[in-house]
Design a protein around this ligand. Sequence first.
Ligand SMILES: NC(=O)c1ccc[n+]([C@@H]2O[C@H](COP(=O)([O-])OP(=O)(O)OC[C@H]3O[C@@H](n4cnc5c(N)ncnc54)[C@H](O)[C@@H]3O)[C@@H](O)[C@H]2O)c1
Length: 447
Amino acid sequence: MTLMKPLSRRTFLRKSAVAGGLAPLALSGLAPAWVSRAYAAEPGPNSKVRLGLIGCGAMGQGDLQCFFLNPEVDCAVICDVDDERLAKGVEICNKKRGKTPDTVKDFRRVLDRKDVDVVLIATPDHWHAIPTVLACQAGKDVYVEKPLAKTIGEGRAMLEAAKRHQRVVQMGSQWRSCKHIVEATDLIRSGKLGKVSIVRGWAYLDWLPSIGKPADCPSPAGVDYDMWLGPAPQHAFNPNRFHFNFRWFWDYAGGLMTDWGVHLINMMLMGTGPDEPKSAYSCGGKFVLDDNSETPDSQVTMYEFPDYTLIWEHKAGLNNGLYNRSWGIEWSGSEGNIILNDEGYEIRTERKRANLDNLRKPGSPDPRPAHVRNFLDCVKSRQQPVLNLDIGHHVSTVAHLGSIAYRTGRKVIWDPLNERILADPEANKLVTAEYRKPWSLPYARTA
Ligand SMILES: NC(=O)c1ccc[n+]([C@@H]2O[C@H](COP(=O)([O-])OP(=O)(O)OC[C@H]3O[C@@H](n4cnc5c(N)ncnc54)[C@H](O)[C@@H]3O)[C@@H](O)[C@H]2O)c1
């Protein structure tokens, strides 16, 4: 399945240079097989895949069930810093496999194990980079949830770790394995929509409630809160800055811009290709929700790409998005428009043109099983997964630039060769994360 245009020679050379002389990886379908010495000793395609899960919250539990749809998957160990979450993971393993996995609170004990081939990382965003890099160093393949990390710099370190250690790493934005989205975006890249000059993605969500303003308090029994914080700045425990709601605090994540934004930017770029943005400008605020969350509930970001404009918008408190869709994407070409979401896609042609017919296609089933299957197949074949880290880093970088532009209130100019924001040291500082001691990230560059 070809999901993305090959890198242009210019982009390819730039990326290779950024990688500091490491052997570059081409994008999906074009790469030579990765030969993994660590995995080569394993039996062939029918062998078991032994999983270690790190982060057994809502998504970790969902992903675990999805991995278990594949008969060759077993789970050796589950890691979470919260006893309640560990118990949920054990329950799933008992139900689906009739086996009780080991449980640990320190993810490094997952990486030590010889009976773990693959690590599934579904921790909060600030805890994606370190486990992924250390897992690559330990010779594990990795399925890591989206967004790739909390910052662009961490994403780059993860990409370098995957390359250096020849690991198969897939980012968990399952829409890249969704049949009708692949079909629509293949059509866009075929040129049938004519010249696409504006791409718009939106997420209007009325189900996001105010999370209130609870006071700081002691962390719950059975939770290793210091390990939950990890590399993030020290902060007293607050129920809002914890499970699920960590999304709305800059210390751990990037709000809807990087939460839903990464999913939709992923889909938008499936249609337009691997070009880098030249700049981003963003505005918005906390206009709807009265609570102690930090990230904007309403935000619009405009990106300049070399030959099109990309617009992102999100809003809490209302489900009525554009074209009566709560969320969606519109690619506007010169032959017509394509409007798409999980319910399917619609082609609306320009009446004066004859190249394209109006069309409505229904949505396809939940793409997550196919996305996990693609990863497992690649673990065995040593080919690149559809959302390998070249792509995952590219997609996440675009989303992060929106957050940086919002936080500084300025248009940020992106230098993709050096992965820096030009002429704005304050904005450039947000490209990388400062880690609380004793944590550090191998392969990380400083601001
Ligand atoms: N692909 C998708 O559609 C999708 C959907 C939802 C969430 N996600 C992503 O999944 C990730 C998790 O989101 P969630 O909603 O499940 O959050 P969550 O808060 O429900 O779960 C995170 C879990 O990680 C655990 N954790 C925190 N630090 C840890 C550490 N150091 N070691 C081990 N466990 C640790 C927490 O205790 C918690 O149980 C996020 O990055 C999110 O963006 C992806």
